[in-house]
Design a protein around this ligand. Structure first.
Ligand code: DGL
Length: 271
């Protein structure tokens, strides 16, 4: 039985879980959020490779037959190392986002928002020109956004101001496409779109990677159980038992934060 293993530095990867559940109802997911060692966005490349390897091994021990690196910081620094060391398919959020950004841009000016680890890995700076040689890439580290989203400040005036401030240099560079290069940013996609303006197209890596996994598995959406995407109640009622969600640290607040990302309350298991 196929099982998708998803890992992230913490709870942000639930944006990817949500996209996978919507696109592939019926496929069991085993999740590992490394909440005890988060954030990953401030860690070095060597540390991210080490942690990512341990996270992937944990998921394989729990039966994962494919790995999805939901965390941009880990994907940026550790995807290649992981692919070299493990022999099941490894998906990550960067590759499908690069593809989507190159498809969407018209003026070939692409903006990247991400953590410091993602920005300093320069993964997008290298990957985008391989697909679109004349593209120009403008990066912006947005370290304040992760804690704001985790606090649930998704609609606050302060968050809007900070998003506006981070977007200013990207708008000045006249990007027409913007990659949300961090697990947490899809939660405030509405605010980001509002501050970016209608002219800028947004790439949401959580849906991009979910589509890539679906394509790889050759599963037409909704086909596994006959449950159609969008029929949430029926789907989650059927599938809750199949999924397992592990975290390395659990506080009374963790399940509430996850509910913000996933839109429903779930049970987390501490390991
Ligand atoms: N999951 C991380 C990412 O997508 C954000 C949170 C962290 O820094 O750990 O880069």
């Amino acid at each position: 039985m196929m099982k998708i293993g998803v890992f992230d530095s913490g709870v942000g990867g639930f944006t990817v879980v949500k996209a996978l559940m919507e696109l592939l109802p019926g496929v069991p997911i085993v999740y590992f959020g490394d909440t005890a060692r988060a954030p990953y966005g401030t860690k070095s490349r060597e540390t991210l490779i080490k942690f990512s390897m341990q996270d992937a091994e944990f998921l394989m021990k729990h039966g994962a037959s494919a790995i999805v690196i939901a965390c941009h910081s880990a994907a940026s620094s550790a995807a290649e190392a992981l692919r070299a060391r493990i022999d099941i398919p490894v998906f990550e959020v960067v590759t499908p986002s690069v593809k989507e950004a190159c498809r969407l841009t018209r003026n070939r000016r692409i903006g990247i928002m991400g953590t410091r680890a993602t920005v300093s890995s320069n993964v997008y700076l290298h990957a985008i020109p391989q697909r679109l040689p004349s593209a120009r890439i403008f990066q912006q580290a947005c370290p304040l956004l992760v804690p704001l989203v985790e606090e649930g400040w998704t609609e606050r005036r302060e968050t809007r101001m900070i998003v506006k401030r981070y977007l200013r240099p990207l708008k000045n560079s006249q990007v027409d496409t913007l990659v949300l290069g961090c697990t947490h940013y899809p939660v405030i996609k509405k605010v980001i779109q509002e501050k970016a303006g209608k002219r800028i197209k947004i790439v949401d890596p959580s849906s991009a990677v979910a589509s890539q996994v679906a394509e790889h598995l050759k599963i037409p959406p909704g086909n596994i159980t006959g449950i159609q995407p969008g029929n949430r109640d029926k789907r989650h009622g059927d599938l809750n038992a199949e999924h397992r969600f592990f975290v390395s640290d659990l506080t009374p607040h963790t399940e509430d934060i996850v509910a913000n990302f996933l839109g429903q309350k779930i049970k987390l298991e501490k390991v």
